[in-house]
Design a protein around this ligand. Structure first.
Ligand code: HAM
Length: 432
């Protein structure tokens, strides 16, 4: 038997309904905040990620899925969505659109060769948003507020919001120098990876997953203490904005994030739910003012975030938000030959009017057809055979009350519509 690849999984129909729910909420909140959807390819030139996410990042160092195509070009399955969007903004000249800033969101699969565990897959899905074309601290506040509003709309409120600032280019460069000097005498006490990171990019050391509780890292100098006046002004205004929205957050001086492109604000939102285990970060994001320029576009400041959809679903485990019984309006119970008695036409006409209806494809007995209708949670059984065809009627039986009435075929649609309007249905369809 051919099995799915390690770190990937199938989303079966029952699970897919939960995905649809979190996607629906995502699109609704995006609309309220006036974000527009963007869809980019799932693979890109490898160089894009090397130049953006960073050569020293774990993602580029050991997690990308790279392959050479038949034209001998190196391609990479996207490990994240920000760099492809920056590329798309440059290539499609979205930076020149008069409607600035561009407020974009995306949803789709990402690929990282990580060690799979709960909340960490090799193919996973991100819901992300980017605001491109404004350096104002207001958009940092807007993006964090968007992320929190989405969580609230899903009913997830047991979260911790961590915010930090890496400052502008000058602050970041100065801080990296200070950090390298601080780590130098303690280098042998750090993990193997960090000894290498210290050379390549000491910021990565603070992001170490192994040494998180090491006092050397906990006591390390903090980027916020090395901000230029301009960077301090920006961060103070982000903090002020979050406070004026009365959002709960804490400043975490050690938060640096694992991708190279960040400057100024970085943030993460962690779930406190037990169901996530060690992978508790639901969303990560921050400002990346130089990425677009570094990818040969014009100087364009930007800020964004990305949620891990699988982690959202874990945080929502057992939540009533995702509980739903899928229902259909009616199940057509065929007593005779459906090919000759116009039954197919009746079913199709109802569907054209928006009625959710299904019928038997397995030549089931009468009893088995009723059973199947119950499995699908049909509200009505539509019982029909040669006799009904001759009389121009159909028997409509309410599955809950057992009440059965003959209805003229010509009146069937209006009758069902009226009955359904009186009841409630979880399908959110216009017929109910
Ligand atoms: P990131 O922190 O690498 O940031 O990923 C964002 C989120 O994606 C994580 O917080 C997590 O929920 C989810 N995630 C990451 N890797 C995995 C995995 N292997 N399995 C399951 N979920 C995962 C970024 O990707 C940036 N592009 C975010 C951003 C947007 N910054 C600015 N704009």
């Amino acid at each position: 038997m051919i099995r799915r690849i390690k770190g990937t999984y199938d989303i079966l129909p029952e699970e897919a309904e939960k995905w649809q729910k979190i996607e629906d909420v995502m699109r609704k909140v995006a609309r309220i905040f006036n974000f527009k959807e963007i869809r980019t390819p799932i693979f890109e030139a490898s160089e894009l990620f090397h130049r953006s996410v960073g050569e020293s990042s774990d993602i580029v160092k050991k997690e990308t899925y790279d392959f050479e195509d038949r034209g001998k070009r190196s391609n990479t399955l996207r490990p994240e969505g920000t760099a492809p969007i920056a590329r798309a903004v440059i290539e499609n000249k979205l930076y020149a659109d008069p409607a600035q800033p561009q407020k974009l969101y995306y949803f789709g699969p990402m690929f990282r060769y990580e060690r799979p565990q709960k909340g960490r897959q090799r193919q996973f899905h991100q819901f992300g948003a980017e605001i491109i074309g404004s350096a104002s601290p207001l958009v940092d506040v807007e993006i964090i507020n968007f992320a929190l509003t989405y969580l609230k709309a899903l009913g997830i409120d047991d979260v911790i919001v961590k915010v930090n600032s890496l400052g502008d280019k000058a602050s970041k460069e100065n801080y990296i120098k200070v950090l390298r000097e601080y780590l130098e005498p303690n280098i042998n006490e750090l993990c193997q990876d960090c000894q290498r990171r210290h050379e390549e990019n000491p910021l990565r050391v603070l992001d170490c997953k192994v040494d998180q509780k090491n006092p050397i890292l906990l006591n390390a100098p903090k980027p916020v203490d090395y901000l230029t006046d301009e960077a301090r002004y920006h961060f103070d205004h982000v903090v002020q904005g979050l406070e004026s929205l009365q959002l709960d957050f804490e400043i975490d001086g050690n938060l640096v994030r694992g991708l190279d492109y960040y400057t100024h604000t970085v943030f993460e939102i962690q779930s406190q739910s037990d169901s996530l285990g060690s992978q508790s970060t639901l969303v990560g994001g921050g400002r990346y003012n130089h990425l677009i320029e570094e990818l040969d576009g014009p100087d364009t400041p930007a800020v964004g975030f990305a949620f891990g959809a699988e982690r959202l679903l874990l945080a929502l485990e057992n939540s009533p938000v995702l509980e739903s019984k899928s229902e259909i309006h009616a199940y057509f119970i065929s007593l005779d030959n459906i090919f000759t008695n116009e039954g197919l036409k009746i079913i199709n006409d109802l569907r054209m009017g928006g009625i959710l209806i299904d019928y038997d494809f397995l030549n089931r007995s009468l009893k088995a057809q009723f059973k199947q209708a119950d499995r699908l949670n049909a509200k009505f059984y539509l019982i029909y055979g040669e006799k009904e065809a001759k009389e121009g009627i159909i028997n409509v039986k309410d599955s809950e009350t057992g009440e059965q009435v003959p209805v003229k075929i010509d009146d069937l649609y209006d009758y069902l519509l009226k009955q359904l309007k009186g009841g409630s249905c979880s399908n959110g369809c216009s017929g109910c």
